[in-house]
Design a protein around this ligand. Structure first.
Ligand code: RIB
Length: 297
């Protein structure tokens, strides 16, 4: 069994500020740093660090070599990462004094995936393998249809949520990993129980992990409902906290851990990521997460 993550790779340009800039305002940043990121890359690194056999497929641009290296250094198989002579995906991220962020995303090469490339990559995976997707690359509807035909288990983090997702056949998704806002965008409800009920109605064959910010996270598959609180930490930078959660949760689940253990591990991993700056560099190792959990007992 293998895990393929077909996803974005971004250069994150991170600006530290007292507060997120308001419309018409100009403020000076106190620090500017460059990190490897992208929801795809972050989730691949989290999956690999958590111990899952992870392959990343995606396209980097001219300045993206260090993204490829970041994947390799963290144990991600990069056979299916290609480089194009074009501007790569990147972000401008503001991080305020409380560690909260806002992100401007430029798709670049992440939006240049072709059907031929999808076919070539998926040809190396088979029924029972996992496919992890987010919404920062193009050709998602095609990738979902072809992977479903192959019998792959498709895990979708529909982030950032936009209208393009409406072209995807979401009934083919095996596991949704979503936050409250995405839950509301998909179902029209804001209450967590109403979101889960509606998700079950729309996608009766899927399971769901709904993250609730400081209120924790809940797993639901139509039968089992499991709740997990957050581990409180001082937030330095919340970027990639959700990606870390997704990667560790899925890796534990694939390993055969009970849902409650997978959620607890994911919550601890994400709390460590929140306490550190940057996206991919903030993702902890499995050992760090296990040591952190041991201290909680
Ligand atoms: O989820 C965090 C990621 O979102 C950042 O690394 C940034 O690249 C954006 O894609």
């Amino acid at each position: 069994m293998k895990v393929l993550n077909f996803g974005s790779l971004n250069v994150d340009y991170v600006y530290s500020l007292d507060h997120i800039v308001r419309g018409g305002e100009t403020i000076s940043s106190t620090k500017m740093e460059t990190f490897s990121g992208g929801k795809g890359l972050n989730q691949s690194i989290a999956l690999a660090k958590a111990g899952a056999p992870t392959y990343h497929a995606g396209l980097i641009g001219e300045e993206g070599d260090f993204l490829l290296e970041a994947c390799q250094e963290n144990g991600v198989d990069t056979t299916y990462i290609r480089k194009l002579p074009a501007k790569g995906g990147h972000t401008i991220i503001q991080v305020d004094a409380n560690g909260q962020n806002c992100i401007i995303l430029y798709g670049g090469t992440n939006q240049m995936i072709t059907k031929e490339f999808v076919d070539e990559v998926l040809g190396n995976f088979e029924a029972g393998d996992y496919l992890v997707l987010q919404n920062e690359i193009n050709e998602l509807p095609y990738i979902i249809d072809r992977a479903y035909e192959r019998g792959m288990k498709i895990v979708l983090n529909p982030s950032p949520f936009d209208d393009k997702l409406r072209a995807c056949d979401l009934t083919k998704i095996y596991l949704f990993m979503i936050n409250e806002i995405e839950g509301e965008q998909i179902t029209g409800f804001s209450d967590k129980d109403a979101i889960l009920k509606e998700l079950e109605k729309k996608f009766p064959h899927a399971a769901f992990v709904l993250t609730l910010g400081s209120d924790g996270a809940v797993y639901y598959d139509g039968k089992e409902k499991v709740f997990q609180d957050i581990f409180k930490v001082k937030a330095v930078d919340t970027t990639a906290a959700g990606d870390t959660f997704s990667g560790f949760f899925l890796a534990k689940l694939i390993e055969g851990a009970p849902v409650a253990e997978a959620l607890r591990t994911a919550a601890k991993a994400s709390s460590i990521a929140v306490s550190r700056p940057g996206a991919a560099p903030s993702i902890p190792t499995r050992e760090e997460v296990e040591q952190g959990l041991a201290k909680e007992i």
